[in-house]
Design a protein around this ligand. Structure first.
Ligand SMILES: *[C@@H]1O[C@H](CO)[C@@H](O)[C@H](O)[C@H]1NC(C)=O
Ligand SMILES: *[C@@H]1O[C@H](CO)[C@@H](O)[C@H](O)[C@H]1NC(C)=O
Length: 178
């Protein structure tokens, strides 16, 4: 009798632990606050710097910038993006893309103007500029994998200026039949 009680007790405990685990790990993807350079443990790795370190997917807002996808590197409080003819950076009003299901992301090769053909995928929305939704892209460039914003073409910040690419990878979530 005691043994049965102990087993019931252990089972209840196990269910509680599992339930708590599920509760603590939200599903899908979401943007968390990013401040003081703190990278959350569920931040989504998006690129790679020249030393091979991971970089992260940010989103920054500025009155003159609008809401832009950005790059975050470990050890800096800043997020970097591009606007018109400049690369911009800020340490305020930044979010960082996070998920406990990073395996559901896919970086899909595409070319400017053809992303709409990826009908089996949900393209991750990275922000908005002049009333147009922006997506998140990346490219291999100068031994780095650099994250940028997709406004038809991909635009990445590089040495203080934007560089545009017609062929790049675009970030998608939970693709069917791929
Ligand atoms: C972060 O960006 C600010 C401009 O908003 C700049 O003054 C500062 O030097 C940058 N810091 C780093 C570590 O890049
Ligand atoms: C922004 O786009 C939406 C949908 O395309 C449109 O209805 C709206 O009028 C636009 N707003 C401005 C300020 O252009």
């Amino acid at each position: 009798m005691l043994a049965v009680k102990v087993i019931v007790c252990l089972c209840t405990y196990a269910v509680a632990v599992v339930a708590q685990g599920v509760y603590l790990q939200p599903s899908g993807y979401y943007w968390r606050e990013f401040s003081n350079g703190h990278i959350p443990s569920d931040a989504v790795v998006g690129g790679r710097d020249r030393a091979g370190n991971p970089t992260y997917i940010g989103q920054l807002y500025g009155l003159d910038f609008e809401l832009l996808p950005a790059t975050i590197i470990r050890g800096s409080p800043n997020a970097t993006s591009t606007r018109h003819v400049s690369a911009i950076q800020t340490d305020k009003n930044i979010k960082i893309l996070c998920s406990y299901e990073p395996h559901k992301f896919r970086w899909i090769p595409t070319i400017a103007g053809e992303a709409y053909k990826l009908a089996n995928c949900h393209l991750v929305n990275g922000g908005s500029e002049v009333n147009v939704s922006l997506h998140i892209g990346r490219v291999n460039y100068q031994s780095e994998v650099i994250i940028g914003k997709v406004f038809s073409e991909l635009s990445i910040p590089y040495n203080g200026v934007p560089i545009n690419f017609k062929a790049f990878q675009i970030l998608a979530w939970d693709c069917q039949d791929l």
